[in-house]
Design a protein around this ligand. Structure first.
Ligand code: ZN
Length: 88
C-alpha cells in the first residue's frame, strides 16, 4: 500500500507520520476495537488523523453485524469510580 501525505499537525505543525493504529468504537452498547487502521500520527503531541476514505471503510466494517459477531472477543477491565474514597 502506498503511503499517504498527511501534511502537518493542525495543533503543533509537526509533520505527521503514517502509523497503523487501533481505535475503539461503541456500537449499540458494545465496545468494538478496529486495528490496523492507517492513520497520520503526530510524533510531537499524539494528534491522529484518519483520511475520509479510511473513515468510510471503518464505518462499513462497523455496520457489518455478522463480522462483529464472528470476530475474536477480548475482555477489558471495567473499573468503578468510587467517590466515597475521595472524601476519606
Ligand atoms: Zn501535533
Amino acid at each position: 500500500m502506498k503511503s499517504y501525505d498527511y501534511g502537518e499537525c493542525e495543533i503543533c505543525d509537526t509533520p505527521m507520520q503514517e502509523r497503523l493504529i487501533k481505535q475503539d468504537f461503541w456500537i449499540q452498547g458494545q465496545l468494538v476495537i478496529v486495528s490496523q487502521i492507517p492513520a497520520g500520527v503526530c510524533p510531537q503531541c499524539g494528534e491522529k488523523i484518519v483520511r475520509a476514505e479510511i473513515g468510510r471503510k471503518i464505518s462499513d466494517l462497523l455496520s457489518d453485524k455478522e463480522r462483529i459477531i464472528r470476530a475474536p472477543q477480548i475482555s477489558v477491565p471495567e473499573l468503578q469510580l468510587d467517590l466515597d474514597e475521595m472524601t476519606a
